[in-house]
Design a protein around this ligand. Structure first.
Ligand code: SF4
Length: 336
C-alpha cells in the first residue's frame, strides 16, 4: 500500500505557568493508504496533540517546534488564492487558507464530544449541507440534500431525521452524525479522537462496528486515538503506543496484543481484561508519569519500569526494530 501520511521528528510544546511542557517529543510515524493506525496511551501522553497537529489545530498555547508532516495529496485542491498541488506536501509549510481548503475535504477530524461540536441551533441536515457548500459552492442545494440523506442512510440514521436538532439525538446517534460529517467529502484521512469515550459499552460496540463497516465501504485511511486498547483490538491494523509525548512502541495489532515488547505496553495490556484469558490476574501500573515540565533524563518510563537498568538513566532509548515486526524504544532490545 502506498504511504498516505509520514510524520518525521515532530516536536510540540506548551508554555504553561509551571514551565514548558514538551507534549510531543521527536515523534515519527507513517500511515499507509486504507489502513487504520491506533494511537494509544494514558491521558496526557500527547496523542490528541499529535492528532490535532495534522490538521494544524494544536490548542493554544501549543506550538509546533520542528518536524515534518507529509501528506500524499491525491488531487489538486483549489483555494481562494490558488491551488494546493497534488503530490507529497508538507502540511507545516501551508498557510492558513491552504489548510482551510484541506480540512474537511482531505483531512477530517472527529472531536471527542459531539454535543459541543454540533451547533444546537441548526438542524442536523444543515450541518452537512453547509460543509458541502463551503467546499463545493457550485453544488446545487438539492444535490447536497440528496447526498446528506444518502450518507445518513449509510450511518443507519433515518433520512427524515435531517430535520431534527442535535438535542433530539441520543449520544450514540450524535456520534454517528459526527462520523458522517467527517465523511461528507470523502477525505483522504479521517482522524477520530476518542470517538466512543462518552458512550456506554453497548453503544460503543455499535459505533465500533459502524466504523469498521464504513472503513471498508469508503476505503478509509484512519487514525484512531484512544486510551482504550480494547477499542483498537477490533479496528486498527497497527498500534502506536505513546508515553509522555514519545513513541514507545509501534507494531501490527495482532503482534502487539500477542507479544508486546515494551514494558509499558506489557503493563498497559496487563491492566485490560481479556475474555480469552479469564484467569489472568489484572494489575495496575504503579506511580504516575513524570511531569512534562520537569522531564527526567533517559527513559521517561524508568521510575515505573520493573526492568530499569543503569543505561536507562542516560539518554532516551532510540527506536529499534522489534521481533514483533514493529519498532520499540527500550534498552532491553539493544543489540538483539
Ligand atoms: Fe524500562 Fe529501561 Fe526499557 Fe525504559 S529503557 S522501558 S527503563 S528497560
Amino acid at each position: 500500500m502506498p504511504t498516505l501520511l509520514e510524520i518525521h521528528n515532530l516536536s510540540i510544546e506548551y508554555k504553561t505557568r509551571l514551565g514548558t511542557a514538551r507534549a510531543v517529543d521527536n515523534v515519527s510515524i507513517t500511515l499507509d493508504e486504507n489502513k487504520t493506525l491506533g494511537l494509544a496511551g494514558e491521558s496526557g501522553c500527547g496523542k490528541s496533540t499529535l492528532g490535532r497537529s495534522i490538521i494544524r489545530l494544536v490548542p493554544y498555547p501549543g506550538r509546533i517546534l520542528e518536524g515534518e508532516i507529509l501528506l500524499n495529496l491525491d488531487e489538486d485542491v483549489p483555494y481562494e488564492n490558488g491551488v494546493v498541488e497534488k503530490g507529497q506536501i508538507n502540511l507545516l509549510q501551508l498557510d492558513g487558507d491552504q489548510m482551510r481548503a484541506l480540512r474537511g475535504k482531505k483531512l477530517a477530524y472527529i472531536f471527542q464530544d459531539p454535543m459541543t461540536s454540533l451547533n444546537p441551533m441548526e438542524r442536523i441536515g444543515k450541518h452537512f449541507v453547509e460543509i458541502i457548500k463551503a467546499h463545493e459552492p457550485d453544488t446545487p442545494k438539492e444535490d447536497a440534500q440528496v447526498r446528506t440523506k444518502d450518507l445518513l442512510e449509510a450511518l443507519d440514521i433515518l433520512p427524515e431525521r435531517v430535520l431534527d436538532y442535535p438535542h433530539q439525538f441520543s449520544g450514540g446517534m450524535r456520534q454517528r452524525v459526527m462520523i458522517g460529517l467527517g465523511l461528507t467529502l470523502t477525505p483522504q484521512l479521517l482522524i477520530a479522537d476518542e470517538p466512543t469515550t462518552s458512550l456506554d459499552v453497548i453503544v460503543e460496540a455499535q459505533i465500533l462496528n459502524l466504523i469498521s463497516d464504513l472503513k471498508d465501504k469508503f476505503n478509509l485511511t484512519m487514525m484512531l486515538i484512544t486510551h482504550n486498547l480494547g477499542v483498537l483490538a477490533e479496528t486498527a491494523d497497527s498500534i502506536a503506543i505513546m508515553y509522555t509525548g514519545r513513541i514507545m512502541e509501534v507494531a501490527p495489532t495482532e503482534a502487539l496484543f500477542e507479544s508486546p515488547q515494551h514494558p509499558y505496553t506489557q503493563a498497559l495490556l496487563q491492566s485490560v481484561p481479556d475474555v480469552r484469558k479469564p484467569d489472568r490476574k489484572l494489575s495496575w501500573i504503579p506511580g504516575s508519569p513524570p511531569s512534562l515540565t520537569e522531564p527526567i533524563p533517559g527513559c521517561m518510563f524508568r521510575p515505573r519500569c520493573p526492568h530499569a537498568m543503569e543505561i536507562c538513566a542516560t539518554e532516551p532509548p532510540p527506536l529499534m526494530k522489534s521481533t514483533s515486526g514493529g519498532i520499540v524504544a527500550c534498552y532491553l532490545y539493544e543489540g538483539s
